[in-house]
Write a protein of this length. Structure first.
Length: 374
């Protein structure tokens, strides 16, 4: 029996899709072009978010495995890059929103109240799935919890609330899976279960600190000579670099983590980031380095999306109260400034040294290409 003929419009549900831009009206015939454009752009955002969630789930599920095959890392990098591109494309859509004059938006804005983009369940899902710390979440304003904003009329449950609650009930985020993978990274050929692992990791961290100290001494000498600084200027410069060194020591020893067991876990994870970045030319560390880059690019694209969103809103309606009762632009600006998920990776950027200064892998052959499964 012949397979029924498939049409483009049936495959992607064109006719159904084109009936969904009416907002709270029966159809879009009586709506202005501006209102339909507003609806379409936000619907596209939600479709982008759907794709982002699928990619992020795949990344999380790969890294939650106890062993991650090197051959799978290229695919993961592609997934991270796609999510970065999704947020880049979503941010570019704000250009189309900015073609709307203030008075034209105000002509239908009251229809939205008290709805708010804060109620985008998928955006909340993305934040949760990536691993945003709940304690660092900025509340909408009058709401006691971001979950309250997702409730239906009269405080009842809603599809948005149920969706986000399911995400909260998951046992692992992308950040947790990635950090667990980084913790297991062999450092100078040593893995966490090896008997001398702690001493080997500590040795690498000590060598890194010594290299950092030498690099900063050279910077002081070079700057003082090149700019003919006075003794007072050199003293101020030395004090500045000394504070950086103190910060480096605190980072490398995980002085911010008091629990002994957790302290070593964090120290080892930080060591792994620096070890990978310092030896990226070694074959088995090349793709892990790309993963680290991909995570930074992903979070940067999300931050730019938030910043671009805030500037679009400010351009169109200024700094008035948001439709959902939030502080509007101020709220989104706060999220762009404060929402950081992969803090350990961002912090390592301050620590990195040039290839000539960074400590090299002692057991470099361990990270070469291998012809056998072992």
């Amino acid at each position: 029996m012949a397979r029924p003929k498939t049409t483009y419009w049936d495959f992607i549900k064109v006719e159904e899709l084109l009936t969904l831009q009416s907002g709270i009206a029966d159809n879009d015939a009586g709506l202005s072009n501006d209102e339909v454009r507003f609806i379409v752009i936000h619907q596209i955002d939600e479709l982008w978010f759907k794709l982002a969630l699928r990619e992020l789930e795949s990344v999380r599920d790969l890294f939650r495995e106890s062993h991650v095959e090197e051959t799978a890392l290229a695919q993961t990098c592609s997934g991270l890059n796609r999510v970065s591109l999704i947020f880049e494309l979503a941010a570019n859509q704000f250009k189309l929103m900015e073609t709307m004059r203030t008075r034209d938006y105000l002509s239908f804005r009251d229809k939205l109240s008290p709805a708010s983009g804060f109620q985008s369940a998928q955006m909340r899902e993305i934040e949760i799935l990536i691993g945003l710390d709940p304690d660092e979440r900025i509340h909408l304003g009058y709401e006691g919890s971001f979950m309250d904003a997702l409730k239906g009329e009269g405080g009842k449950s809603s599809p948005a609330l149920d969706r986000v609650q399911r995400r909260l009930d998951e046992d692992m985020s992308v950040k947790e899976a990635i950090y667990s993978w980084l913790y297991r990274t062999p450092i100078d050929g040593s893995s966490p279960d090896d008997p001398d692992d702690e001493s080997i990791v500590t040795s690498f961290l000590d060598r890194f600190y010594e290299s950092d100290h030498k690099a900063k001494d050279e910077l002081i000498k070079h700057t003082a000579t090149a700019q003919a600084l006075t003794d007072d200027d050199v003293a101020r410069l030395r004090d500045r670099y000394q504070k950086e060194l103190e910060g480096s020591k605190s980072y490398l020893t995980a002085a911010d983590v008091e629990d002994p067991g957790e302290n070593y876990r964090v120290r080892r994870m930080r060591a792994a980031i620096l070890f990978i970045e310092s030896n990226r030319e070694l074959p088995l560390l090349s793709w892990p380095g790309e993963i680290i880059d991909g995570l930074i690019a992903l979070e940067q694209s999300m931050l730019i999306f938030r910043q671009r969103h805030a500037r679009m809103i400010e351009r169109v309606i200024g700094r008035r109260v948001g439709t959902g009762g939030s502080s509007g632009v101020d709220y989104i600006d706060q999220t762009a400034l404060k929402y950081r998920v992969f803090k350990e990776i961002w912090a390592a950027r301050t620590m990195l040294l040039s290839p000539a200064q960074a400590p090299r892998a002692i057991n470099a052959d361990f990270y070469g290409l291998r012809s056998d499964p072992d």
